[in-house]
Design a protein around this ligand. Structure first.
Ligand SMILES: Cc1ncc(COP(=O)(O)O)c(C=O)c1O
Length: 436
């Protein structure tokens, strides 16, 4: 590196980062994923960012060190304006966060060591004793467990509404939450959504939630949404009134089932308290994983498009099969309200869906045990097709009554379609169904 290229007061490792516009034309995320936030000149011309394996960063001067710590400790909002210590920030993670923010049209993003770390740090940053979290249901089981079991230990209560709830139903739940909070001396501190919900694909009306929140609450209460199932390609929740978008990057963004990571994105105002708690607790994504995610982001659009096309073909086959009772696929919604939400919020039907087989657990297990291309594994959003049985796997910890209430039945198989050849996948599902 040449000293002349480095601006020691620069907030970024890459002051000469790629443009986001050319002659007034806003560049698309798929273009920006190749270079945004990184200047090769700063790293010996290396076209791709090196992996920065360091725990700490040398300050150009003591005054810079002081200024950076003012950002870290929150004496100045917006976080550190320089690299300080790898629990707070580091180059690979900063480039990743810049690129993640682009997909959701967010001002800022934060990366984490897992989706669950992102969710837990986010909730802890906003909840205090006596507060109430309002959430949609179903949530990913660990998210639901964190709210109901862990936050409860610190005097944080919750109230939930079913994913497809109408404006009136959401209003009623918010009123109930306000009463609970006022009795406990707290406030409604967050509306937390997951849409589509895991594993049923039930959609939440984000626009109705925003309208209800704006009318019911006159204090700052963010709407956060787990967009793991459709993001970043098929749903942009910030455009529909959400304040914070949450991801398990382990899924579509990572996309190769070879890493675990998470993120949140939104305006700086909403990110700052979370960044501050992440600085204290740790939980930032590691540099190797951040680098892998940068590589994954270059192909995320291609992978998701192909997986989405494959899912449409597979679902067309499954929908007509005699051993299939029904499908929870967003491209074939039966319910008018869900279809309306889909049309207003979603840009594609995704590639993760549920298949309800005729029968129960035994039939599902036979189907799963006989798949030859699709792998029997939890998780989703990878290049390979995965299938699992939520009632006995990912959602086993959810009480049976609650599982029934949420539609997570014993005959539900969750499938995440990958980027293999669609006809090969159909052949695999056909032969596995024959064994049922
Ligand atoms: C919808 C959803 N949110 C969050 C998570 C948690 O993410 P991670 O496994 O990266 O911690 C998952 C994991 O399956 C998920 O499916």
């Amino acid at each position: 590196m040449s000293d002349n290229d480095i601006d020691p007061t620069s907030p970024r490792m890459a002051p000469k980062a790629e443009p986001t516009k050319i002659k007034g034309r806003e560049l698309k995320p798929s273009t920006l994923m190749m270079g945004h936030g990184y200047d090769p000149v700063l790293s010996e011309g290396s076209l791709k960012p090196p992996i920065f394996l360091t725990s700490t960063f040398a300050f150009p001067s003591a005054a810079d060190g002081k200024r950076h710590f003012e950002g870290i400790t929150g004496k100045r909002p917006g976080g550190a304006d320089g690299l300080v210590y790898s629990r707070f920030n580091a180059p690979n993670q900063e480039i990743l966060e810049d690129r993640l923010a682009i997909w959701d049209g967010a001002e800022d993003a934060l990366s984490f060591s897992s989706g669950m770390t992102a969710i837990c740090v986010l909730m802890l940053a906003y909840a205090s004793q006596g507060d109430v979290i309002v959430h949609s249901g179903p949530l990913y089981a660990a998210s639901e467990g964190f709210v109901a079991k862990v936050l409860a230990k610190f005097g944080v209560q919750y109230v939930d509404f079913p994913a497809g709830a109408t404006r009136e139903e959401i209003d009623a739940v918010l009123e109930k939450a306000k009463d609970m909070a006022s009795d406990a001396g707290g406030k409604v501190c967050m509306v937390y959504l997951e849409s589509p919900g895991n594993p049923t694909n039930a959609l939440v009306d984000i626009e109705a939630v925003k309208a209800a929140r704006d009318e019911a609450l006159d204090w700052s209460c963010p709407i956060a949404i787990d967009n793991t199932f459709l993001g970043p390609l098929w749903q942009r929740p910030l455009d529909h009134g959400a304040d914070i978008v949450v991801y398990s990057l382990t899924k579509y963004v990572g996309g190769h089932s070879d890493l675990v990571a998470g993120s949140i994105a939104g305006s700086k105002k909403w990110m700052d308290p979370v960044r501050s708690l992440r600085n204290t607790m740790g939980g930032i994504c590691d540099p190797n994983t951040a680098w892998m995610l940068l590589r994954s982001l270059e192909t995320v659009e291609l992978r998701m498009q192909r997986a989405g096309e494959n899912a449409t073909k597979v679902c067309e086959f499954l929908a007509g099969h005699e051993k299939v009772e029904g499908l929870g696929y967003l491209g074939m919604i039966k319910d008018a309200r869900q279809q309306d939400i889909y049309e207003r919020h979603c840009l594609g039907a995704g590639s993760t869906f549920s298949v309800f087989l005729k029968g129960g657990e035994a039939e599902c297990f036979r189907f799963l045990d006989n798949l030859k291309i699709a792998k029997l594994a939890v998780s989703l959003g990878g290049t390979e097709t995965l299938a699992s049985h939520p009632a006995s796997m990912t959602h086993l910890s959810v009480a049976e009554g609650r599982r029934t209430e949420l539609g997570i039945s014993d005959n539900l198989v969750r499938i995440s379609i990958g980027i293999e050849d669609a006809d090969d996948l159909i052949a695999d599902f056909a032969q596995a169904l024959e064994t049922v």
